[in-house]
Write a protein that binds this ligand. Sequence first.
Ligand code: ATP
Ligand code: MG
Ligand code: MG
Length: 391
Amino acid sequence: ANEGYGYYAARVGEHLGDGRYNIVRKLGWGRDSNVWLARDLVEKRYVALKILSAHATKTHHISLELELKLLHRLKNTNPAHPGYKHILSILDHFSITGKEAGEDVSHLCLVSEVLGEGVGSIRRRSEGLMLPQGMVKTILRQVLQALDYVHRECRIVHTDIKPDNMLTIPQDLDSFVEHSLTTEPPSSRPVIDSLGRKIQQHTSQPLKYSPSSPSSSIQIKLIDFGHSCPSEPHSTHTVQPLELRAPEVILGLPWSTPVDIWSLGCCTFELLTGAWLFNPQAEKGWTTEDDALAKMIEYTGESFPDEMTGEDGRSTGRTKQYFERDIFLGRLRRITEFDSLPVEEILQKYIPIKGQELYECGSFLREMLHLRPADRSDASTLLRHKWLEDY
Ligand code: ATP
Ligand code: MG
Ligand code: MG
């Protein structure tokens, strides 16, 4: 059904992994994979089976050993760290063979524990598309614990921090799964293509996080390490969706763990307000990336330091594409007029927040959104921020 995407066309009832895993229903999907609920017949438990697309398996092929090495590092570095329980546990992995245009192709399968609805999905079905502040703080404390473990102990950059990669931990897994089996699976809406063929559409009807549970008790795990990198040596390739992309990534400069902090800052704003902080748009005279860089200057009130504009003559990356040389050294090439739009003011456009609460929330966001990566607070420092304190 999904060969065009390079997805493996798994069927309910199919057995994978030498017969050990029995496919029950679809849990979700992403750019790189379909994720299925399966019964582990050996351990007699439910598991989640992430079947990577042939494309993802192929592009990961060279780095496959690396990816498994990173997953191994996440699993074994320090189980006693408080962030460890907020990281998805990988239980097993194996490869299967599928067909792509008549040819055999390989798909990597990652077996993990079953988790619940994603934070992005909860937000999208909440009133005003936003979450209550208390719930956002509870989620952030756990994601920051996870990031402290990933960054400081494992020396890994996640590179895809977003609400859809933060999943809830079901309080009672078995009843959660039983309930899921009585609700419609996510991939059931057929779409007919131009030749009249039925195509399986990848819209997700996610498993619902029980709305009756008090928001302060929500438990979160960080998932999807498919694009993670070691924090050393620094990489320069493009990662992160543009809305959540750190400035050093846009500029093609070497990046590391602070890119996750930048994305988390953007996510915090998104969860609180239901809107993207940066929603860059191309106009006649400039590209979406130009617009993103200009908005970063406007919302932070900062200017790019010399080492990020290429003025220091060393770390150039793609800086020449975006910044002037010679007399207008360091100025953006295509956008020259700026508004002053402090992040606090943008927050107030969306939610009624003022006084001390606004000050502390603004300060928390600013700690994560400094233009210079080294100026951003790390996860453990953010965990001690006033805004996250219990009240
Ligand atoms: P992306 O487009 O974000 O890169 P991906 O192809 O790498 O996605 P994942 O993010 O790992 O795939 O998983 C896709 C979706 O499947 C998730 O957003 C979630 O809805 C669901 N999912 C993934 N892992 C689990 C799990 N362990 N338990 C329950 N659902 C899961
Ligand atoms: Mg994902
Ligand atoms: Mg992914």
